[in-house]
Each structure stands twice: as structure tokens, then as C-alpha cells.
Design a protein around this ligand. Structure first.
Ligand SMILES: Cc1cc2nc3c(=O)[nH]c(=O)nc-3n(C[C@H](O)[C@H](O)[C@H](O)COP(=O)(O)OP(=O)(O)OC[C@H]3O[C@@H](n4cnc5c(N)ncnc54)[C@H](O)[C@@H]3O)c2cc1C
Length: 339
């Protein structure tokens, strides 16, 4: 009762990284609240699935295993969460801000009249004083995310309704195993008790899963280009440098909007979040929406012709010059030294 729950997304029988990241965060929140962390896994052929989640400090895994539960469809998964939450009364429920989470979260929260904050960038526990009614609420979930076009960072709370629900994008939280031998309870539910037969009305007949074309999220070195790269040809230079450094290429939204680079390489609030060891920002000014997706990089190098570009304030090294002058020199240098 009143625990922290994480809905774990599956691809086949593999738990998604975003869910493992949320279990890591969920464990920390549960520790602060002095409650348990519980995971929900729903799919087909899930023997032994608990071994994927228990090491993240999960105290209880709810397994729903039935032929109609994979691939994901809205109705059965929503019924599982709604009916389980009516029994378990969680205080917090987290899920990935993925295609599935964005479909499932609002449905569950509207059925339970709970409220939901999408795309949180941070989650904390804190109190809130409602001065109008003279009441202080303790141990609320602070659901923190950029608002008003990224101009402010808002802290959103649900003082009265439960569960407090939030979605978080992949890569925003860090995934960390707590204890490889962590002992938790596994509950295998009778799916028919939670899901009426009519929920299986939608059948997935054919399914195409496109493999990611790059590994931007996991790359140890990211070379990102901005509007200052000037053109698609400018980005070709970045791909050449990336080849020398075994890096991946990312982009700012302005560069993507200008057609210099594909959308799936956009880094930032409305793109991918990256945490590489080295981030080289080329012709990027460093607006808050971009920084939101790369600020946790180990070392940041900025190449910019404006010494006052905002990105320079968070960069470890600044190369003041044009990308046309600096990038070819870097390519030449690394080519020479990698031989
Ligand atoms: C709701 C919302 C969400 C957003 N989400 C994102 C997001 O996810 N990711 C994102 O990146 N942005 C996002 N943005 C847009 C963001 O506000 C900025 O507009 C964008 O990041 C700017 O990209 P930029 O730095 O490449 O371009 P600019 O701001 O135009 O900066 C270009 C930089 O290049 C430098 N430069 C120019 N020519 C050269 C040269 N020849 N050599 C070297 N340097 C040069 C300039 O000095 C400047 O610093 C979002 C905005 C909103 C409102």
C-alpha cells in the first residue's frame, strides 16, 4: 500500500532502458519516503522476467503474463494498471515518456482522476504549504519540467490526488544496479481478473520495428552541430570528424529545422538526452532547451565565433573561431595522430 510503482515497458521480453532508469529513480524516491518500490511487467512469455528488474532494488514485481499482452495495446494494459492501482493505492507511478507511456499514462490518470505530468526532467520529494487554506502537505512528488516554451522550470504537485503520476524521457535519469542479488517478492497475477475479454478487441496483425540508425544515446563522444554549421555540407565535416574520433553526430533544433541534419539526431528538451564523456558543440549558441539535453556531459568543448555565446559559460574548453577554420584542422590533426 502507498508505495512507488514503475510501469516497465517491454520489447519482446526485454525490459526497456527507460524503465530501468525509472526504477533507479523510483528506488531513491522510495528510500526518501520510507516505502517500497514495486514494478509492473505485462507481456507474453515472461518466465524469469523479474531477474531483469530486481537488481534495481525492486521489493515487489507484479507480473501479468498472457498471450494478448504483447505487443502493447491500450485497453488491456490500461485495465491492468487501473485495477491494480485500485487495490494497491500507490502514492507515485512513473512511466517512460515513450509512445507507450504517452498513450497509457493519460488513460490511467483520467480513470483514477489523479493528474499526470509529462516529460519531467527531475523528480524530488518535498513539502508544500497552501497558505490559502493554512495546510502543509508533506512528502509530495515534485514533478519538475520546463514550461512556457522552456522559459521557466516549473515544479508541479498533486497535493490531494493519488497516484502522483509522471512520465520521463529515456536518458534523463541514470540507470544504476543497486544490488545484483537484491531479493524481492514476485507476484504472478491472474490476468483475467484484471482484464475483461472485450479489451482484446484490437489485434496487432503486422508489426515493423525499425532499428535505430545510430547510437547517439550511448556514444562516449558526441559532436553536435548547430545553425552556425551553415549547411548540410557543413555537417559532412562533422561526420568526417566523428569517424576519426569514433563519435556520433548530434544537432541543435535550429540545425534540424534548417534541414542540415535528420530529426532523430536532435539533442535537447524536445530531442534526445545524452551523457557522453566528451561533447563538442560546433556553432551552437547554447539555449536552455539545448543545454537540457547535454549538460551532464563529462567534458564540453565549444567551437564558436562568438566569445560570448551562452554555451561557453558551461564549456570546459572554448575554441574561439569559425567552424570552417577549426573543424578541418581538428580532422587533420586526429587523422595524423591516429595513424
Ligand atoms: C519548446 C521548445 C523546445 C525546444 N527544444 C529544443 C531542443 O530540443 N534542442 C535544441 O537544440 N533547441 C530546442 N529549441 C530551440 C532553442 O530555443 C534554440 O532556438 C536552438 O537551440 C538554437 O540552435 P543553435 O544554437 O544551433 O542556433 P543559434 O541560436 O542560431 O546559434 C548559432 C550559433 O552559432 C554561432 N556561429 C554562427 N556562425 C558560426 C561559424 N561560422 N563558426 C562558429 N560558430 C558560428 C553563433 O555565434 C551562435 O552562437 C526549443 C525551443 C522551444 C521553444
Amino acid at each position: 500500500m502507498n508505495n512507488v510503482f514503475v510501469y516497465c515497458e517491454l520489447e519482446g521480453t526485454t525490459v526497456a532502458d527507460v524503465s530501468l532508469e525509472l526504477l533507479t529513480k523510483g528506488r531513491k524516491l522510495a528510500n526518501e519516503l520510507g516505502c517500497q518500490l514495486e514494478a509492473i511487467v505485462a507481456g507474453s512469455g515472461l518466465e524469469g522476467v523479474e531477474t531483469q528488474v530486481l537488481p534495481y532494488g525492486v521489493d515487489k514485481v507484479h507480473v501479468f503474463d498472457a498471450p494478448g499482452l504483447f505487443p502493447y495495446t491500450t485497453l488491456p494494459h490500461a485495465s491492468i494498471l487501473i485495477n491494480l492501482f485500485k487495490e494497491e493505492k500507490p502514492q507515485i507511478c512513473l512511466m517512460g515518456a515513450t509512445v507507450i507511456g504517452r498513450d497509457l499514462g493519460p488513460r490511467v490518470s483520467s480513470a483514477l482522476t489523479s493528474g499526470l505530468t509529462a516529460d519531467c526532467t527531475s523528480l524530488e520529494i518535498g513539502s508544500h504549504e497552501d497558505k490559502k487554506v493554512g495546510k502543509t502537505y508533506e512528502n509530495l512528488l515534485y514533478q519538475i519540467r520546463p514550461a512556457f516554451g522552456g522559459n521557466i522550470v516549473a515544479t508541479i504537485i498533486n497535493p490531494e490526488h493519488r497516484p502522483q503520476m509522471a512520465t520521463v524521457r529515456e536518458g534523463v535519469m541514470k540507470k544504476e544496479i543497486l544490488d545484483a542479488n537484491y531479493q524481492g517478492e514476485v507476484v504472478r497475477h491472474d490476468v483475467a481478473k484484471y482484464v475483461p475479454e472485450t479489451d482484446y478487441v484490437v489485434k496487432v496483425i503486422d508489426r515493423h520495428v525499425e532499428k535505430a540508425k545510430h547510437n547517439l544515446k550511448g556514444a562516449p563522444i558526441v559532436i553536435a552541430g548547430g545553425y552556425g554549421m551553415g549547411s548540410k555540407e557543413g555537417f559532412d565535416m562533422l561526420f568526417e570528424l566523428a569517424k576519426e574520433l569514433h563519435a556520433e553526430v548530434g544537432a541543435s533544433r535550429a540545425a534540424v529545422d534548417a534541414g542540415f541534419c535528420e530529426h532523430d539526431r536532435q539533442i535537447g528538451q524536445t530531442g534526445v538526452t545524452v551523457r557522453p564523456k566528451l561533447y563538442i558543440a560546433c556553432g551552437i549558441s547554447g539555449q536552455i532547451q539545448h543545454i537540457a539535453g547535454m549538460q551532464d556531459a563529462g567534458i564540453i568543448i565549444s567551437v564558436n565565433n562568438d566569445p560570448n555565446a551562452p554555451i561557453n559559460t558551461i564549456a570546459d574548453y572554448v575554441i574561439n573561431g569559425t567552424v570552417e577554420e577549426v573543424i578541418p584542422k581538428m580532422i587533420k590533426y586526429y587523422k595524423k595522430n591516429s595513424k
